[in-house]
Ligand binder design. Structure first.
Ligand code: SIN
Ligand code: MN
Length: 262
């Protein structure tokens, strides 16, 4: 799958692209079931809110066949290779739930801010591509983006070890206000199976989910191979150290799994 000239221009201008229904409802429902099974597991890679509900399953592509295939899916790998102009490896893989009523906030941040400061990734030649496993609506805690904020480079940030379930380098309110006065603030929404890709420099946040509906999203953080991280400060299942270029599988790789006899 190749992005069009218009999509490339839009990504350059806004810092993100929304691709509705790139995966079928059946593919999304299958992966949602796999995510729920993972959240039941007692594994070090599954991080929880203080309430006990699961928030993030790291590295699910290393212990679940469906998520392994999704991590090499051509509908995700091809557009990112096109945008980063080279082969990519998996820097981080997260299956993020935001549980009904209890799903908590992640403060304003840039992902590259963390990858640079914690992992010594040389350049922002890395990005997120995410797949909605639930319908994401205005009600259930969609990501908030400041369009165009990726043009600002790495913005000043402080290390927040307290207010999210996961340590992040977060921006102060003054900086977020200034950026939003220029770019506004949007919350891309859409049905399960939709894909949202965004620059690793895009300023974004994740509001709490007070609705009775869950919101599960898978994030592949892909990095151009020569831009691999230089420091190994975080666990290898959070910031991966296997820099092997991903070889995309066939387009029907998930369909095949769905139709395998149990
Ligand atoms: C979320 O899934 O709620 C947060 C993801 C992110 O900020 O990268
Ligand atoms: Mn983020």
């Amino acid at each position: 799958m190749k992005l069009t000239e218009q999509q490339l221009e839009q990504f350059d201008r806004e810092g993100y692209l929304f691709l509705p229904n790139l995966f079928s409802a059946e593919e999304a429902a299958f992966l949602k079931g796999e995510a729920e099974a993972i959240y039941q597991m007692d594994r070090k890679e599954v991080w929880r809110e203080t309430s006990g509900v699961a928030r993030t399953a790291f590295a699910a592509h290393t212990y679940n066949e469906g998520f392994r295939r999704l991590g090499s899916h051509p509908r995700l790998i091809d557009p990112v290779e096109q945008l980063l102009d080279g082969k990519v490896y998996m820097h981080q893989y997260k299956v993020n739930a935001k549980a009904p009523f209890d799903g908590a906030v992640w403060q304003w941040h840039q992902d590259y801010g963390t990858w640079k400061r914690d992992d010594e990734m040389p350049e922002p030649r890395a990005m997120n591509i995410s797949v909605f496993l639930d319908d994401v609506t205005a009600a259930n805690g969609p990501l908030l983006f400041i369009p165009g904020s990726h043009k600002q480079g790495v913005v000043k940030a402080g290390h927040d070890l307290e207010t999210t379930s996961y340590p992040l380098w977060t921006l102060d309110r003054e900086t977020v206000t200034e950026l939003a006065e220029q770019g506004g603030c949007v919350a891309p929404t859409g049905s399960a199976g939709s894909v949202l890709l965004f620059s690793s420099l895009l300023v974004h946040a994740s509001p709490p989910n007070i609705s009775p509906f869950g919101r599960t999203i898978v994030y592949l953080s892909l990095c151009e191979t020569s831009n691999h991280i230089r420091a190994f400060n975080r666990e290898e299942w959070i910031a991966h150290r296997d820099f092997t270029p991903i070889q995309a599988l066939d387009d029907d790789c998930l369909q095949e799994l769905l139709h395998e006899p149990a």
